[in-house]
Ligand binder design. Structure first.
Ligand SMILES: [Zn+2]
Length: 227
């Protein structure tokens, strides 16, 4: 998928370079790079920059390309997250509001996780703002701000994939992170999926059972509870 995106960008670039006198903010880029080889190198550098920016962008979601205008439909009776047994947090407190029943569920999930003898706690991230306003999810590679397409109704909880014991920090991409632990991730998913109040879990590792693939979900599980 990512390859296709970059290929698309490449075709677009090549077209622009071939037919335009300048390249907008990259003005003179074609005039100063005289040879086809030079253009090739330029493109390669840009593609690499894109890949590197992807890598360093961090844990934000990218499922929404622009600010969603829809309003939450439920009355907002959110409460703040309180850490409990088997749970830890990796997001700012103002982004961790949810419906009280979601916190009941998380508490039970954490207890089950702890009882099963797993060492490191399950790490929870973005949920909703107290007033349900759109939640930023980092920037794209042009610097444009992205927003979560969900996370407004107090029923969405981002969760870090399982990490290898003793490691810390984010899993930037399950495909490349040396800290990613598939077995731990499956154990987290199993506990969550066993609940009747869970609607869906989004994550892109096809070897994990019980999740659905979704753009922007190589670095976290997105759990949606039933409204
Ligand atoms: Zn999410």
């Amino acid at each position: 998928m990512r390859f296709l995106i970059y290929s698309g960008a490449l075709l677009f670039l090549i077209e622009k370079l071939a037919y335009a006198d300048n390249c907008g903010s990259l003005s003179d880029c074609y005039g100063t790079i005289q040879s086809a080889t030079g253009v090739g190198v330029g493109i390669a550098v840009m593609v690499m920059t894109g890949i590197l920016m992807d890598f360093f962008r961090g844990e934000g979601e990218t499922e929404a390309a622009s600010r969603p205008e829809t309003k939450p439909t439920l009355p907002l009776d959110f409460s703040p997250f309180q850490p409990s047994e088997g749970l830890a947090t990796y997001a700012a407190p103002e982004k961790q509001f949810a419906q009280p029943k979601v916190f009941d569920a998380l508490r039970e999930i954490g207890e089950k996780w702890q009882e099963a003898g797993h060492g490191d706690p399950i790490e929870v991230g973005d949920m909703s703002y107290e007033d349900g306003r759109p939640m930023p999810a980092g920037k794209d590679r042009t610097g444009k701000e992205l927003f979560h397409s969900a996370h407004r109704e107090g029923v969405d909880v981002d969760i870090r994939p399982g990490r290898k014991a003793g490691t810390i920090g984010p899993i930037l991409d399950y495909k490349t992170s040396p800290n990613y632990d598939r077995e731990n991730t499956q154990a987290i998913v199993d506990i969550i999926q066993s609940r009747p109040d869970v609607e869906t879990i989004l994550f892109n590792d096809k070897q994990i059972e019980g999740v659905k693939p979704w753009s922007g979900h190589n670095n976290h599980l997105h759990v949606r509870f039933k409204k």
